[in-house]
Design a protein around this ligand. Structure first.
Ligand SMILES: Cc1ncc(COP(=O)(O)O)c(C=O)c1O
Length: 521
């Protein structure tokens, strides 16, 4: 019997997560290569969880002032110099005449919801952006390696996208889909041309959450079933239905979220079966067999979990999961909100790397380059389910947003941004892996193209999340002029999701800044 002792305020949660994982392992015991090996890994991972001291969420995900850092373990002893200057960029921001950061912060505190938090000990007042760079109120330039959470794909204020927005705004800003307008039709056609099979009918929304809510609704209507299967550690939004599919406690409030089952995550780094996708997939069959009537409405997943900390699904998992779900009468929804639109470099859509064709694809973030635009794309037959009643979205398919969407697709093509994401992303990943060889603090480097993750752990064997170090490095890199994101359940994974026009020189600067920061912990 295993016994753990903890003073943690969340100890009951930890114990219950322990027993869930333990019973899961028993399902798979007979086919696992070595049960004792699994037990050892589980024990290590549980111990890692119990070591955690978490302040109350969600502030731990953004900044912390009382950071105490464990001494860093380095495998090489050479001194690291500070990074050179940012790569040259011929642009001077307009002088800033607006209010100072303190004043903005005071207004935020008084007039904005207290749920709205900010990155960094000293928050950044970002007032201009061009391509892969942002400028603060003092005119200082930063390399943006987060892109407004994997959203600005063509680069900040791309002139073609801005021109499309301005031109359409001057012509007609809003009309609703109750009238004809060429912008929505042209964009729908262009989007369909990027998707495989019969995925060619779009419904436009304003966000990723809305797109996933609608996808879930369509799946339930089409199949006549209610149960949805999503993956643990996923993020699909925070609406009534999507919060149910989202599977990380920090993003879930205690409200009814019915009809959703969360399958074991095929996580090659922390998962029980490493990269063996087919072993994880048995849990999907078990959910169908033991958690539903035998029929499900849908399976929804990201190809690479973004908010969850850039977790790539183990190879072989998605095709096998899709098979099981389809046999149970369900539809397969690919949430491409973060991994889609050329970001992964090797393919335009994340699911393509897994060799599957979904029944419904949801898109947002990059497709608007910062304009509120989302879409649900499915087959004409499935789309018919929505005609049983009236479904309407006032701003969905708005001429300005769809004109921007079309411009984004054209810029990606014209500037070969997918190829750039592949070439520069692969180079950046290689360089980050070199850092992993140098610093034991880096437990894992993963992802594809311009969707990369670097997981920090204080102990590689136990995979103990290095939360304080993550916050510290992020803060220090900002001081050096590099903005990166952060995610993962433990808040210990750097999310590197820059605009797709990121260059090799930018990649070098980012890695040099990270190297220098790690060397000084
Ligand atoms: C994979 C994924 N799906 C859905 C969403 C929700 O999108 P939005 O914030 O636009 O509602 C997000 C947001 O981060 C996401 O990463």
């Amino acid at each position: 019997m295993l016994a753990f002792h903890t003073n943690h305020q969340d100890s009951s949660k930890l114990v219950s997560s322990l027993s869930i994982s333990f019973s899961t392992s028993q399902h798979f015991r007979s086919s696992a290569p070595s049960f004792s090996e699994h037990l050892r890994k589980m024990t290590a991972s549980f111990a890692a969880r119990l070591i955690l001291r978490r302040p109350s969420p969600p502030t731990r995900f953004l900044f912390r002032r009382d950071v105490s850092l464990s001494p860093i373990q380095r495998t090489k002893d050479d001194a690291v110099s500070p990074p050179n200057k940012l790569p040259p960029f011929d642009y001077s921001p307009a002088p800033y005449a607006g209010p100072a950061s303190d004043e903005i912060l005071a207004k935020r505190r008084e007039y904005l919801s207290p749920s709205i938090l900010h990155f960094y000990k000293t928050p950044l007042n970002v007032v201009e952006g061009r391509r892969q760079y942002l400028f603060d109120d003092k005119g200082r330039r930063y390399l943006d390696a987060f892109a407004g959470i994997a959203t600005v794909c063509c680069g900040h204020c791309h002139p073609d996208v801005v021109a499309a927005i301005v031109e359409q705004t001057n012509r007609l800003q809003h009309s609703t889909v109750l009238y004809l307008n060429p912008a929505i039709a042209d964009f729908a056609q262009a989007l369909a041309s990027k998707l495989p099979g019969n995925l060619k009918v779009a419904f436009f929304t304003n966000s990723g959450t809305e797109a996933n809510e609608l996808a879930i609704l369509i799946a339930r209507l089409y199949t006549g079933s209610h149960d949805i299967i999503s993956l643990r550690n996923s993020y699909h939004g925070n609406g009534g239905g999507t919060m149910g599919t989202t599977a990380q406690s920090i993003w879930k409030y205690n409200i009814p979220q019915s009809g959703v089952h969360h399958a074991v995550n095929p996580d090659p780094y922390r998962g029980l079966f490493g990269s063996d996708g087919e072993k994880y997939v048995r849990d999907v069959q078990e959910i169908v067999n033991f958690g539903t009537s035998g029929n499900v409405a849908a399976f929804i997943s990201e190809a690479i979990q973004g908010v969850g900390g850039i977790v790539e699904l183990a190879p072989g998992y998605l095709p096998a999961a899709y098979d099981i779900v389809r046999k149970a009468g369900g539809l397969c929804i690919a949430d491409e909100v973060q991994a889609g639109v050329a970001r992964t470099g090797s393919h335009f859509w994340g699911f393509e790397a897994h060799g599957v064709v979904p029944d419904i694809v949801t898109v947002a973030k990059s497709i608007g380059n910062g304009i509120p635009l989302g879409a649900v794309v499915t087959t004409p037959e499935i789309a018919k389910a929505l005609t049983r009643r009236s479904y309407f979205n006032t701003f969905g398919g708005n001429p300005v947003c769809t004109a921007a969407g079309l411009a984004v697709l054209r810029v990606i093509e014209k500037e070969k941004l997918q190829e750039n994401a592949f070439v520069v992303g692969s180079y950046l990943k290689e360089r980050l892996n070199e850092l992993k060889d140098k610093y034991a603090l880096i437990g894992d480097v993963r992802g594809r193209g311009m969707m990369l993750g670097v997981e920090l752990v204080t102990d590689r064997e136990l995979k103990t999340p290095a939360q304080n170090e993550t916050l510290h490095v992020m803060d220090q890199m900002k001081e050096l002029g590099v903005l990166i994101g952060k995610g993962g359940y433990y808040g210990n994974v750097f999310r590197i999701t820059p605009p797709l026009c990121f260059t090799k020189e930018d990649a070098d600067f980012l890695v040099d800044a990270m190297d220098y920061t790690l060397s000084r912990i």
